[in-house]
Design a protein around this ligand. Structure first.
Ligand SMILES: Cc1cc2nc3c(=O)[nH]c(=O)nc-3n(C[C@H](O)[C@H](O)[C@H](O)COP(=O)(O)O)c2cc1C
Length: 179
């Protein structure tokens, strides 16, 4: 079968979670929501994240070569996702609004509505146009809460949450519903 059409609905059948990716620069802390997070190797454990070049988090990760992932639970309210996913650290001190702790890398993780954190050291950065794919070695990880991890499908379909243009999965029309 040859079909060169790109139906973005097909891409929306990919499964994701929902995370806060955070970093630091000269004592300042910042983080953002990302669904483009995955584990890429087991020995040693490494993760990859796709971060928009316009985001303040991108600047901090590029500068510090460190990042942390907070795994959000389904209990995370829209207010928390809105703070980290629709506002920039250039306009608001996001970590002043939540409870957090700082990890050995210097990156913060969110303590509320979260199941676990991963602390990581960036080893490679791949230029992917609008986004950079950072590949990072895990230097620490702990479970900190109980519950179900927030999936991107739960956020989109159950909570009816939206996605801004800086997300890799952005689609101008509603991702689910009339295709
Ligand atoms: C559901 C959702 C998923 C997102 N996924 C990503 C992502 O994978 N990568 C990315 O760079 N931005 C993603 N974003 C957008 C950033 O969270 C957003 O641009 C944020 O405001 C950047 O903040 P900063 O400038 O403080 O770094 C997502 C946002 C939402 C709400």
């Amino acid at each position: 079968m040859s079909n060169t059409q790109i139906d973005k609905g097909a891409l929306f059948t990919l499964g994701y979670g929902l995370y806060v990716v955070s970093s630091h620069r000269e004592g300042r802390l910042n983080g953002q929501i990302a669904n483009a997070v995955m584990q890429v190797t087991s020995t040693p454990p490494k993760i990859a994240v796709a971060i928009n070049k316009d985001n303040l988090t991108h600047e901090y990760i590029s500068h510090s070569s460190a990042l942390a992932i907070t795994i959000l639970s389904e209990s995370a309210p829209m207010k928390l996702i809105g703070l980290f996913g629709f506002r920039s650290g250039r306009d608001v001190d996001k970590f002043a609004e939540v409870s957090f702790e700082t990890l050995p890398s210097g990156c913060p993780f969110v303590k509320e509505h979260s199941l676990a954190y991963i602390d990581a050291q960036v080893e490679a950065a791949h230029d992917s146009g609008t986004h950079t794919i950072f590949i990072a070695r895990v230097i620490g990880a702990q479970i900190i809460g109980q519950g179900k991890p927030m999936s991107y499908a739960y956020y989109s379909q159950t909570l009816r949450g939206k996605t801004p243009p800086t997300a890799p999965t952005y689609k101008a029309q509603a991702p689910f519903g009339n295709r």
